[in-house]
Design a protein around this ligand. Structure first.
Ligand code: ITT
Length: 193
């Protein structure tokens, strides 16, 4: 197998995936390579279900073994939400700064500072063959918005034991710790061992 399709239109995820696969002899394709501009509705009730909806869709469109990522942040001060609604939650604010300020305020008011990121990666290599890989990283919400790297909630997430938010890390540093790095390393082991 020398081809794999990553079905995601999220530029931040795509960059991380390119770096994680850099040392492996495999060609990675993205939706734009096939001019696929639409996506299936993410109607699943878990990261795993949504990842499977996306990887099956990508496989059916191309017949290339396909993987997809569904991920998000869970925040203690928000009752462990937004979870699978992470994209919709951040998009419901005027901009990401407003969303981050809201989360930081709720965190300070409640004193509940914990948060975690979770990723489910689903790999579909035939119509009815799916394998799931998961990754989770625990941390806290930072007191301030810090860093401009990464995407999504990276500037307010401090992994446990780190002085830098994901937004202050290089891509390599983030991949080393992150939920996505953990899950993708499991997929890489599955593919290449
Ligand atoms: P695709 O479905 O096309 O892959 P998406 O952005 O819609 O892209 P999700 O449905 O998985 O992806 O939404 C996950 C959201 O959670 C994402 O848009 C970010 O806001 C947030 N998120 C996920 N992983 C993250 C990470 O590593 N760093 C920061 N935020 C992240």
């Amino acid at each position: 197998m020398n081809k794999i399709f990553f079905f995601s239109n999220n530029a931040g995820k795509q960059e991380e995936i390119k770096t994680l696969f850099k040392n492996f002899r495999i060609n990675i394709f993205f939706p734009e390579d096939f001019k696929i501009t639409y996506e299936p509705k993410e109607v699943g009730n878990s990261f795993a279900n949504n990842a499977k909806i996306k990887s099956l869709f990508g496989y059916e469109k191309t017949h290339i073994p396909c993987f997809a990522d569904d991920s998000g942040i869970s925040i203690e001060a928000l009752g462990w939400k937004p979870n699978i609604m992470s994209k919709r939650f951040i998009d419901s604010f005027k901009n990401s700064t407003e969303c981050f300020n809201y989360i930081i305020k709720k965190t300070k008011e409640s004193g509940k500072i914990k948060a975690y990121f979770k990723t489910s990666i689903c790999y579909t290599f035939e119509k009815n063959y799916h394998v799931l890989f998961e990754g989770k990283i625990e941390g806290i919400i930072s007191e301030k918005i810090k860093g401009k790297n990464g995407f999504g909630y990276d500037p307010i997430f401090l992994p446990n034991g780190s002085l830098k938010t994901f937004g202050e890390m290089t891509e390599r540093e983030k991949n080393f710790h992150s939920h996505r790095g953990i899950a993708i390393n499991k997929l890489i082991n599955f593919l290449f061992n």
